[in-house]
Write a protein that binds this ligand. Structure first.
Ligand code: URA
Length: 440
């Protein structure tokens, strides 16, 4: 087999067989296919696409390119959850606590943030002393004994994806649905859970800006999971405004704590419950209605909050830190005032994320260090009426010089108008192997 033949085949609209895709992935990881040939093939895929079967086979070859975690020794149906990335998205901690408190084991490997979207591991790391790089033994032990553990991704999980992603990033081939789907799902397959819940974000703060794109990605990923014998469900959820009222790391963890204590913002609570109910359903906890009732009870009873504290403690942190008001405070804090009177008709979520980045909450490059306390509190969001001069939020940071620029950027993300905007649903659709239920 020769790579130049495979490039020509895809360029001319041909369909690869499994042996060709396995060859391509394995030889690239070994270094025998040079970057320039792989770049040409990626561009051919970008324009020609991949069939559902090719996408599933490519994904499996990528998943098999490195370590594959075997979770079969953990009792119960293990369920993984993946979000395609958003602003203010801290649902993982809420739903992992709910789901684990209901007896479904959660073995969660997460990543760090890059660009305007936050990373689960960075948020967890904002809790002093919490260990986010668990050894495999520690990870398994905690999932067995506590029922939940959250750790950074193992270095050798789907190495083909790491190499391909780095190349896509510099060759204009990131935003191809089969390539995104195979990238996400290769890591999910290698991480070993029997069932997978995907949270596909749509809107101004998401990779997928339109419903059609998000739906195509969700359907492609569900098809990959199903083809590889993993029960897979995707929810398409709104990212046309940030989720909840906090953006940042410690700020977002403080909002997780408030939510688990029954005082979370409505959108975050609703979305977390919807995701948790689907995870429980995938975990075999009964009918979907039973799971919906169970997640509400588990949040309301405080069992999920207790499970979260248990997880933080087991990973080396102190739960008492979470309820100390100083946990969410930075040295400098400044009010954001409404520039005009009117309804907030739109929030550009990506720009909100970029304002948090200016404060120090995220990274411009992989080696940047974070200010864990930096972030934004959004007191008013899309649909709220505000009066000129009213405090609509706060920016905070340990670096005073960042506040003015971040405030200006945040305000630039907001659109004001005389009419209240049409309300958007939080969950736009639910995609399963059986089909798509659309709620818009
Ligand atoms: N997230 C991933 O893991 N891969 C992509 O290609 C895009 C987003």
């Amino acid at each position: 087999m020769h790579m130049n033949e495979l490039i020509l085949k895809k360029r001319n609209g041909g369909v690869h067989n499994e042996a060709e895709l396995t060859y391509l992935v394995n030889e690239f990881v070994k270094g025998t296919i040079p970057d320039y040939q792989m770049s040409a093939w990626l561009m051919a895929v970008y324009f020609r696409g991949l069939t559902a079967e090719e996408t599933a086979q490519l994904t499996l070859a990528m998943a098999q390119s490195g370590e594959q975690i075997d979770l079969s020794s953990i009792p119960g149906i293990t369920v993984d959850k993946h979000s395609t990335g958003g602003v203010g998205d801290k649902t993982t901690f809420i739903l992992a606590s709910i789901v684990a408190a209901c007896g479904v084991p959660v073995a969660k490997m997460s990543g760090r943030g890059l660009g305007h979207t936050g990373g689960t591991i960075d948020k967890l790391e904002s809790i002093p002393n919490v260990k986010v790089a668990l050894t495999k033994e520690e990870f398994f032990h905690l999932v067995r004994t506590v029922g939940v553990a959250v750790t950074g991704q193992s270095g050798n999980l789907a190495p083909a994806d790491k190499l391909l992603y780095a190349l896509r990033d510099v060759t204009g081939t990131v935003d191809s649905i089969p390539l995104i789907a195979s990238s996400v799902m290769s890591k999910k397959l290698a991480a070993g859970s029997e069932a997978i819940l995907l949270d596909v974000k749509v809107g101004s703060g998401a990779f997928m800006k339109t419903y059609e794109e998000a739906l195509a990605l969700a359907e492609t990923m569900v098809a990959i999971g199903t083809h590889n014998h993993r029960k897979t469900v995707a929810l398409i959820t709104d990212m046309d405004r940030p989720l909840g009222q906090a953006i940042g790391n410690a700020t977002e963890m403080a909002e997780v704590v408030a939510t688990l204590q029954g005082q979370g913002p409505e959108d975050l609570v609703k979305e977390s419950l919807a995701l948790a109910a689907n995870m429980l359903y995938l975990g075999g906890k009964g009918s979907f209605e039973t799971c919906q009732a169970l997640v509400q009870e588990t949040l309301a009873s405080g069992a999920a909050w207790a499970k979260f504290c248990e997880m933080v403690t087991a990973q080396g942190g102190e739960a008492s830190v979470l309820t100390n008001p100083r946990f969410k405070e930075a040295t400098y804090k400044d009010a954001v005032l409404a520039p005009v009177s009117g309804y907030i008709t739109h929030m550009d979520a990506e720009t909100c994320g970029r304002a948090a980045l200016i404060l120090g909450a995220g990274r411009y490059t992989k080696t940047d260090t974070l200010d864990y306390k930096a972030g934004i509190w959004m007191l008013k969001k899309t649909g709220d009426y505000v009066s000129a001069g009213e405090t609509i939020g706060y920016v905070q940071s340990n670096t005073q010089e960042t506040l003015a620029e971040a405030k200006a950027r945040y305000i630039s993300a907001l659109t004001f108008g005389a009419q209240a905007p049409v309300e958007q649903p939080l969950v736009w659709a639910r995609v399963t192997a059986e089909g798509t239920e659309s709620y818009i």
